[in-house]
Structures are given as structure tokens and as C-alpha cells.
Design a protein around this ligand. Structure first.
Ligand SMILES: [Zn+2]
Length: 106
């Protein structure tokens, strides 16, 4: 994945300003130059992207939970409708479990 101007501006520039050293090595994953700060070598782009993904996942998770609460509070009396309702709730729960697993892998 190529670096966008925005990523360079928002990630690389502040790093250089904070005293991080740009190394002569590149990240095998994204091709960005690796940096060293306080003896730690890292890829600022991958770290940033990982953080952004986690934030996105959290957002999805939260809206799913909201929806689940809403559905649980509005269970219909009609049996067929109720079945549909529960089916949707089951799908949401399964999705949530999948997200949890994805977070554990990180
Ligand atoms: Zn990288």
C-alpha cells in the first residue's frame, strides 16, 4: 500500500519533529521507511493503520450493540414477526462475536 500525502503529513512529519530517526530500512508490509525512537524500531504507518482499524471496528460494534438493544426492547407479539426479530438478533450477536475474535488476533 502506498503512502498518502495525508499519512506522510500526519504521521511522518510529527515523528521527525519529535526526534525519531528515519532508518535506512523499509517496512516489509507497507514499504514505508522504518523509524527508531528511544531504541524502538517500528513502522509508523502500520501502527497508525492498525489503530485506525481498531477505532473503526469499535464504531461498528457500538452501533450493532445499539441495534441489538433496540430490537430487544421492541419484541413483537406476533410469532412470525418475533421469529424474524430473533433471527436478526442472532445475526447481530454472531457478528459481534466475530469482531471480538478479530480484535483478539491483533
Ligand atoms: Zn508498515
Amino acid at each position: 500500500m502506498a503512502l498518502s500525502d495525508k499519512e506522510i503529513r500526519e504521521i511522518i512529519t510529527p515523528l521527525l519533529l519529535s526526534g525519531a530517526k528515519m532508518l535506512d530500512r523499509h517496512c516489509p508490509k507497507c514499504g514505508s521507511p522504518l523509524f527508531e525512537l528511544n531504541g524502538r524500531v517500528f513502522c509508523p504507518i502500520c501502527e497508525h493503520r492498525k489503530k485506525e482499524d481498531t477505532v473503526k471496528l469499535k464504531g461498528i460494534e457500538e452501533s450493532l450493540i445499539e441495534k441489538l438493544k433496540l430490537l430487544a426492547n421492541q419484541l413483537p407479539d406476533d410469532v412470525d414477526e418475533l421469529k424474524k426479530h430473533l433471527e436478526v438478533m442472532k445475526m447481530i450477536v454472531e457478528l459481534l462475536e466475530r469482531y471480538k475474535k478479530m480484535e483478539e488476533i491483533r
